[in-house]
Write a protein that binds this ligand. Sequence first.
Ligand code: FAD
Length: 406
Amino acid sequence: MPRPLTTSLNILVIGAGIGGLSTALAFQQQGHRVTVAERVATMRPVGAAISLWPNGVKVMHQLGLGETIEGLSGEMTQMRYLTHTGKTLTDFSLAPLFGDVGQRACPIARAALQQTLLEAVGTDHIQFGRRCDDYTVTQDGVAAHFDDGESLHADLLVVAEGTHSRLRSKLVGHPVDRQYVGYVNWNVRVPADATLAPLTHWDQYVGDAKRVSFMPMGSGGNEEGAQEFYCFFDVPLPAGTPNDPDLYRDELRAHFAGWADPVQALIERFDPARMARVEIYDIPPLDSLTAPRVALLGDAAHGMAPDLGQGGCQAMEDAWVLSQALERALEENTDTSAAIKSALAQYDRARVDRVGEIVQRARKRAAMIHGHDADDTRAWYDELQREDGQAIIAGLKTTVTGGPLG
Ligand code: FAD
């Protein structure tokens, strides 16, 4: 429900991904007038599913979407690592983590999450098929310039364009190059089946610096209510290898020859037309995520390796922190420009170190999982054999509780 505000700002958000829509919703709920401009005419989320960890789900609860998301997502209560041949390395309950932080994780279909956010924001507030190419700061705000030659004026501009952001370099004042993390990820949804993995387990097979994962992701609201697994394969490969759906099955057969039966069954079962194949890149941590009248947010600000499952969760945290900062600043400042300046400074203070640390940790974890140093990866496999869940849960808890909602 929008709250009454003494000052209702005109806010323009570039990008209708997880970050842009979460931000739009947070600002709408504070009573601001929000427009979202999205490059594509029709949203087609790339990738099968996403695991929202408790820090992300807590933001969704604050925005009134928590129950919907919990209802659409999978019940994941146990975590297990296995060798490539299927020998269990460690198998433990996630209940202590969820109990301690007061929130479970929600693995969810990307399409279901996207639809939930789109409906909450309202498509009337989203201008599809408009690509923002530039912006200029004006005397009383900011103007965004679009590929159709038109411009929109706003009090505040939020750049949530994703990892390929066009506006990021201008905003931070220097070129920012994406860095290849060194591996390729194939991800897909398949019907959940206990012969692949226990229905509430997150199973991960590891070996030879590769990984195969099965995660319960719920039905995502599909018509039959059928439960699905979110599955992915990771293989260290050079950048620029061919991406051809006709080759996926043969490629994966070759990369995972000799792996356990559930991995073989998955390779024979998935639908290549529903699969995404992604080379994994991140961007180096940035010193600032703001410029006068502009905030950078989500993957545009901190594209990261998915090895902590935190990119989308951090975009949600960004949305929450930015909206809260603006609310506080508007209470403390009668002048709109001063309030925006103060909110952007608060956002920078709260986010630069938090997201920078997570980008670096995700890159380190990607290196360990994917064999940048073979000895480190072997040591990790040995560690998993001794793991009773406590160290992994402690790591997850640190990430979750470092967020704005504890
Ligand atoms: P995007 O989703 O990229 O959205 C940006 C939007 O902006 C797009 O719709 C785009 O069309 C639009 N756009 C771009 N340029 C313009 C322009 N100039 N003008 C107008 N519109 C524009 N995160 C998790 O939290 N948990 C996970 O388990 C997880 N798993 C992942 C697995 C993989 C394999 C990958 C690659 C990522 C994973 N992530 C995960 C990360 C997560 O997907 C991203 O962090 C998240 O989608 C970023 O959202 P965003 O809104 O910032 O960017």
